[in-house]
Design a protein around this ligand. Sequence first.
Ligand SMILES: [Zn+2]
Length: 240
Amino acid sequence: MKKYLKRLFVINILVICLTSMMVSLGNCQELPKIEVLFSPEQGEEILQTLESAIQSAEKRVYILIYSFTLDELAQAIIDKYEEGVDVRIILDKGQAGSKVTENLKQAGIPLILKAGSEGGYMHLKVLIADDTVLTGSYNYSNNTTYRSDENLLIIMDKGILEAHLVKFNQLWEKELPVASPKITETKQRAPPDIIVYITKTGKKYHSSGCRYLSKSRIPISLTKAKQRGYTACSVCRPPS
Ligand SMILES: [Zn+2]
């Protein structure tokens, strides 16, 4: 009898072990994949991680950033935008007029500057590159790369991704005056400012309903139209 009980006990233990192994294996598959890097010791690695996340993106690069002064990251973003990937940037208002902000704007990248929703800062530091979220205290500056103590989490998790997409869209929509969601869904880029229309041969830009648009009607952001030397039509008087 004693021997029988002992055997039963061993079998029980085995079953428990096997069950818990299976449960933990099952859980492992569902666990989000998260990595973390710290600056200044891994500052260079953080920068490279962000850069390669941008470079390898195929569908979207959405950025929320409080402070942005790194030219190399700005260039990676511009290159990606010129490939036709959906690139959008939300910066804190304090970045207005900075060198990087102006470079990004000049490249035509949809970009908005905003204060925090309740009047504070837009203090988020988030890169959504395709389905990966890269976030933490790390701002895109030399200071955070080489001097400060910061972190960057690299998160591959559906729930975290969705939450950040919702937040990004909330902030984006609030500020965006013209572009409808339909424009952002298509390959057409969504400029952050007013859309006007140019024609194949003319040197003027027009409002949507202008009679000069009967033969050709090419949408363009007001900023770009001006950059390219187009001037306002005197008939339809588009915004200037
Ligand atoms: Zn006109």
